[in-house]
Design a protein around this ligand. Structure first.
Ligand SMILES: [Zn+2]
Length: 244
């Protein structure tokens, strides 16, 4: 964490949010790993060390936040969480890479987007994580997916998110996958804008210090072209707009 903060400062990043991964499915490799006390101590240490140089936020990325809510609650309450990303990493009790095996593209994406709809309808989250994550794995197998094949479902997810004040996480790690596209694709951001959505956060999903802040400037440029004027930052789960 210390190294990540130092890298952010060197790269001119003014605010960073850690989003430790909370997995609720027992077979998930991350299941049972998150230690909130240790996480809280690391955050406090870094906030103290870098206090004049970097704003440090404490977040969580919760996998399938609509499932096992009673397991999730103790990780949220009393921990001063600034920000929650809600993601779908597992489906039908399997990792997405296993879930999609032997399925046609239409079947795997329909299942994934349906689960995302369930998640955004019921789960407690501030933003939807990496909206079309399945393409990270499915691109090599089935190529690019056509948004028009899932338009109704995508619309439903976006409308539900807007009605619940849930935003979208723009995740630049897609540039590191073979699809070479951000999550979500630009066309989904356009739909979100047309439906009246405004809340966007931008992150690099860095799992190592050298990736911090990767590809964020070109994303800001693209957002401006789509008509967005700001991105959002969360403190104690309250969004505030930051001009871009
Ligand atoms: Zn994720």
């Amino acid at each position: 964490m210390d190294e990540m903060c130092q890298s952010a400062i060197v790269k001119g990043v003014s605010e960073i949010c850690f989003t430790e991964h909370l997995a609720v499915r027992e077979g998930d490799p991350c299941y049972g790993w998150l230690d909130m006390d240790a996480y809280g101590k690391d955050i406090a240490k870094c906030r103290n060390k870098f206090k004049d140089k970097l704003i440090i936020k404490k977040g969580l990325e919760i996998g399938e936040p609509h499932l096992s809510m009673n397991k999730i609650e103790p990780y949220k309450s009393g921990h001063d969480i600034d920000f929650i990303i809600g993601s779908v990493h597992n489906l039908e009790e399997e990792d997405l890479t296993v879930y999609m095996q032997g399925k046609e593209q239409i079947e795997s994406y329909t299942g994934y987007f349906r689960e995302l709809l369930a998640s955004v309808s019921q789960g407690d989250m501030d933003v939807i994580g990496h909206f079309d994550l399945l393409k990270r794995y499915a691109f090599d197998v089935n190529g690019r997916y056509r948004h028009s094949d899932y338009e109704e479902l995508i619309h439903e997810i976006l409308k539900t998110a807007i009605s619940r004040n849930i935003g979208l996480e723009i995740n630049t790690s897609g540039f590191r996958s073979s699809s070479l596209e951000i999550f979500p694709s630009q066309i989904i951001l356009k739909m979100y804008k047309e439906l009246g959505g405004e809340i966007l956060t931008v992150g690099s999903d860095s799992h190592s210090a050298n990736m911090i802040g990767n590809n964020i400037p070109p994303v800001y440029l693209m957002l401006k072209q789509l008509g967005f004027k700001s991105v959002f930052s969360y403190t104690q789960r309250k969004p505030s707009a930051v001009d871009i």
